[in-house]
Design a binder for this molecule. Structure first.
Ligand code: BYC
Length: 317
């Protein structure tokens, strides 16, 4: 008996049902392709723009050890951006076009990177809270249905764990230091807490893409579920530091083992993602300048690749 021939479309949904990965050459619905390009490219832009708030402190890190760790972390973020642009290219996206969309303010990147880093404690808060939120979201993405994205996430999550520890370690040192240092840590937590909660995206009932993404196993948990998990994991870490989460309504419910908490100000979130946050314009300007200043490197790399191609054609080494 011959197996019943199935259409490409049926095969796609079978792979999703069986928890098998969709690979670049597999047929996929246009909606799936576009959703993946949107999310992966926004994620890539976030990694690259995300280098800027921390980059601001490389020259002012308080010791050589802190400077080396911060430099390594920021270089990791650049690497994450590069894997992710490559993953988007496997879907047929053009990297130059994606970057152009970022530079003209059309493409989104994570809202969190539009806030300023005002003190050294902010570098601790970014590692602890921002990378902590990123891990919470990205661990589920290691099981996302698109193969290249899920594999990139495995390595990215390992690196983010180091980032989170370096941030927590900065705050631990400050919290065990002078009164002024502890106040600096508290001030950083006060300013980064709600923007970190916004990283998970809008409330579930306002999330445009969640239903489709959960059906296609792109997302495994909803925005609100991940936000709750983040709060539950982070509040005890704040207590260990001796810091106070800036939320009067924070309350542990022993029955559900969850904290109830005050929602972020969603009007602020929508304002920031529309381009009107405290640093949006500055971030894009800096990225554009960096891109223009790096043109000679890209030109040299392309010329070198061309030369290698010619040499290979002519049988030269
Ligand atoms: N900021 O329907 P929704 C890092 C947009 S970087 C800005 O819920 P979805 C790091 C959303 O795009 C890691 N925009 O969307 C780097 C959509 O707009 P469009 C960053 C946001 O996709 C350096 C609209 O709002 N992580 O770790 O189902 C240093 C409606 O939302 C945000 C990722 O990129 C936001 N916070 O869910 C340190 C993770 N939230 O496209 C650390 C990958 C929502 O319709 N992305 N929007 O115009 C995701 O997991 C999902 O895309 C989200 C949103 C959970 C963020």
């Amino acid at each position: 008996m011959t197996a019943k021939a199935i259409s490409q479309e049926e095969r796609f949904y079978q792979l999703i049902d069986k928890e098998e990965k969709i690979e670049p050459k597999d047929w996929m619905p246009e909606k799936y392709r576009n959703t993946m390009i949107r999310q992966i490219s926004q994620h890539a832009h976030s990694e690259v723009v995300g280098m800027l708030p921390e980059g601001n402190w490389i020259s002012r890190a308080p010791s050589l050890r802190r400077k080396a760790a911060l430099l390594a972390k920021i270089q990791d973020e650049a690497g994450h951006g590069l894997y992710l642009y490559s993953a988007a290219e496997t879907l047929g996206a053009d990297r130059e076009e994606l970057i152009e969309e970022l530079h003209i303010g059309k493409a989104k990147y994570s809202s969190i990177f539009n806030y300023p880093t005002l003190s050294w404690a902010d570098i601790g808060a970014i590692g602890w809270l921002v990378d902590g939120a990123a891990i919470m979201n990205q661990v589920m993405l290691c099981r996302t249905s698109y193969g290249p994205y899920s594999r990139a996430m495995v390595r990215i999550c390992k690196e983010e764990s180091f980032h989170q520890r370096q941030g927590y370690d900065i705050l631990l040192t400050l919290c065990n230091g002078t009164k002024e240092q502890k106040e600096m840590a508290q001030d950083a937590l006060n300013r980064w807490w709600y923007p970190s909660l916004m990283m998970f995206g809008p409330k579930d009932d306002e999330s445009v893409h969640s239903d489709y993404s959960i059906k296609m196993k792109i997302k495994r948990f909803s925005n609100d579920e991940l936000r709750q998990r983040f709060v539950d994991a982070t509040v005890p870490q704040a207590e260990y530091l001796g810091l106070k989460v800036p939320d009067k309504n924070l309350k542990f419910n022993a029955k559900t083992e969850n904290y109830s908490f005050t929602e972020p100000d969603w009007s602020e979130f929508y304002n920031v993602i529309k381009g009107n946050g405290p640093c949006n314009k500055d971030r894009i300007k800096t990225r554009r300048e960096a891109f223009e200043n790096g043109k000679w490197v890209r030109d040299a790399a392309i010329a070198y690749a061309e030369k290698q191609k010619q040499n290979n054609k002519n049988g030269k080494q």
